[in-house]
Design a protein around this ligand. Structure first.
Ligand SMILES: [Zn+2]
Length: 556
């Protein structure tokens, strides 16, 4: 090799190095132009009212390949997803999903609660400043004004400069309103008196034409019909006998058995009983139908700006309360819900586009078994007598202080002291509080009694944490009591509202754009849903979110 050849190799090598450098810089620039977030056309949030996680596994053999099974096989299943607070009811549940934080922070501490200022019970979405849109009843005097934080869809509205829409649909007002937040274009729910979907003047002054047309078509009346099982009832081997003492009858029925030929109209006036639709799986079908009309009417998912559709299937809860976890009715309701999920997924694929939408499905709380059934199967259970309990407290107050009015309210397992009267009578509030706590503790079935100060103490106890997360300093009571796991208030159907696993364990399935296929068994919290979807979208989590991103589910 002469010097010239060597020089040529050197120059050639130098050029290759320079080219490589330019390519790398250019390549990096090219990489930074790649979007760092997913941009689904639509986010669909489905909350199934009172859905236990085990309903996925228990009825698995009856589900089609295109409903729940498709969500799980193509999406991400968080198998151990729990509520992290004790007050497991509908208002708090929907709000927790939407806000990514606990009732202690978002302020929806119950479906109703005692208001310390007005000394009256408040319903979580009542608001007399607004009136009904879509019917002549007062069922639309509602708003999200009691909700103290933003929701995920609020953040999407802000992030898209209010171009991404939000629509909520449910049978229950609180399911729709609390899921969709302060800035929703509209939340709709079912007026069971007139049989129409309605809204509130909080959102709009008139129903949009698509919603009015839906009501005017009286499509709703098609669901005023007897309820028969979807498949032959003899194949429903996963649940108990159809006729038993632990279920409540529909009005007009002698026994709680299929086919349910309940009253669908008033015998005298001939007016339809629309409330019966809510208490059957047909309420869920109605929600599907109205949701699809909303997508079409509002053009949701049509452009590249992410919209939100928040659907609450409320009828599962009515059926659960009436018939219980182990009933044929609950089984049939979930088999039929699977068909609704299939219908929605097929519709989204066709009209929004496969992998052009992101979906989550969860529940607002679980449910516990019918006590009579448990007793029959030798599982210990006792009835807590609320009447006797209240009498026991009153009697003790008279004996100790000569006055039974030292308590303003006993609700949601909380005692609100009558501070004005205690002051007026010049009694030590500390003494009154401790005395009432001792009185409560002595009643059969009571597990723990805590003062508000104890709830905020440093005690690192699983159940105290759950109570603390549901306890708002400004809104909650002075004393909280809990019942033992094997003591219940009710005699028929299932219930919820407590701190045990049957009440807290709910499904969480994530699906679609930005979501990996897979599953996890580690425990997740319902408050993790909002930050996870926010992370997929690349937007802020709701303003008081305390949940953590479920990173295992995200397709980066
Ligand atoms: Zn509920």
């Amino acid at each position: 090799m002469n010097n010239k050849t060597f020089l040529n190799i050197l120059i050639g090598g130098f050029f290759i190095l320079v080219l490589g450098f330019i390519f790398r810089v250019f390549g990096e620039n090219f990489q930074t132009n790649k979007k760092i977030n997913h941009n689904p056309k639509l986010v669909v949030g489905i909350v199934v009212d009172q859905m236990k996680y085990q309903y996925l596994t228990k009825y698995w053999n009856h589900y089609s390949e295109k409903g729940f099974k498709r969500l799980i096989s193509e999406g991400f299943n968080a198998k151990s997803n729990h509520y992290g607070y004790a007050q497991t009811s509908t208002g708090p549940g929907h709000t927790t999903v939407a806000t990514g934080t606990h009732p202690a922070v978002h302020g929806i501490i119950g479906n109703s609660w005692f208001d310390k200022k007005t000394k009256k019970s408040v319903y979580c979405v009542d608001d007399s400043n607004y009136s009904t849109v879509g019917s002549s009843t007062d069922q639309g005097k509602k708003s999200p004004s009691n909700l103290l934080t933003t929701t995920l869809s609020d953040e999407n509205r802000v992030a898209t400069n209010f171009k991404g829409k939000t629509i909520g649909v449910a049978i229950k007002d609180r399911g729709s309103i609390l899921s969709s937040g302060h800035t929703a274009n509209a939340a709709y729910w079912f007026d069971s008196k007139e049989g129409s979907f309605i809204s509130s003047t909080y959102y709009l002054s008139n129903l949009p034409s698509w919603a009015q047309e839906f009501n005017d078509s009286r499509h709703i009346d098609n669901y005023l019909k007897p309820w028969e099982t979807y498949y032959d009832i003899s194949t429903y081997i996963e649940s108990g006998p159809d006729n038993n003492n632990y279920e409540s009858n529909f009005s007009g029925e002698d026994n709680p058995v299929f086919p349910h030929n309940f009253k669908i109209q008033n015998d005298k006036t001939g007016e339809p009983y629309y409330g019966s639709i809510s208490s059957t799986p047909f309420g869920n079908s109605l929600v599907t139908d109205f949701s699809i009309k909303a997508i079409e009417g509002e053009e949701l998912g049509k452009d590249n700006i992410t919209d939100f559709l928040l659907i609450d299937f409320s009828s599962t809860d009515y059926v659960g309360h009436q018939f219980g976890v182990n009933s044929k009715e609950v089984q049939d309701t979930y088999i039929r819900l699977d068909k609704e999920i299939e219908k929605l997924l097929n519709y989204f694929d066709k009209n929004i586009g496969k992998n052009e939408y992101t979906l989550f499905l969860t529940a607002d709380h679980g449910a516990t078994d019918v006590p009579g059934f448990l007793k029959e199967k030798k599982i210990p259970i006792n009835y807590f007598n609320s009447k006797k309990f209240n009498y026991h407290i009153e009697k003790s107050l008279i004996k100790l202080f000569g006055n039974k009015y030292l308590i303003s309210s006993n609700s949601n397992q909380q005692i609100f002291l009558n501070h004005e009267l205690i002051k007026k009578l010049n009694i030590s509030p500390k003494v009154v509080k401790q005395s009432i706590m001792d009185v409560i503790q002595s009643f059969p079935g009571i597990d723990n009694v805590y003062s508000s100060e104890q709830i905020f103490s440093e005690i690192d106890d699983h159940f105290i944490k759950l109570i603390r997360n549901g306890f708002n300093k400004n809104l909650s009571g002075d004393i909280v009591y809990t019942m033992m796991p094997n003591w219940v208030y009710y005699r028929k159907g299932s219930t919820h509202g407590r701190r045990f696993n049957q009440h807290t364990h709910v499904p969480l399935i994530l699906f679609g754009d930005g979501i990996k296929r897979g599953s996890i068994s580690r425990e997740t919290d319902v408050i993790d849903i909002a930050p996870t979807i926010a992370s997929v979208l690349g937007i802020s989590s709701p303003n008081a979110t305390t949940g953590k991103v479920i990173f295992e589910a995200i397709d980066d």
